[in-house]
Design a protein around this ligand. Sequence first.
Ligand code: OFO
Length: 163
Amino acid sequence: MLSREVIEKLNQQINKEMFSAHLYLSMSSWCYAQGFDGAGAFLFAHADEESAHAKKLITYLNETDSKVELEAIEKPSGEFASLIDVFEKTYAHELTITQSINELVDFTLSCKDYPTFNFLQWYVSEQHEEEALFRGIVDKLKMVSDSGNGLYLADQYIKGLIK
Ligand code: OFO
């Protein structure tokens, strides 16, 4: 049986993961509109991963007979200055998600909720991967010039990252 506070925090995390999905769909559409079809496809696919992160939390709450309370999802930004701006923002966003997961982990440990602490370890590893993924893209984008040629190659590179 989970505590009221843990249930509340897990529900808040569901909303954050759903916001991530929303944000990446919005970024994906911006990329397609600018002709960056590779980045558009990558972010579109990544939005599915974010929904899966939310669903995993929902399943955990269902399995523990805890109440799932879905909230409205905040409207994501739809305007970006450039392709690198998009990915700098994805990376910054992932850092906030990591922070949120770390706070959850701390909290479950402090209240000796070991099953939830253990469950959250999956998210700890996942955030490590997400940060590396997005930081890697930002690093590559910094290497190419703003020319059509450089951006085309970068877009192709990002497309190649789709799992
Ligand atoms: Fe769910 O990892 Fe990104 O946000």
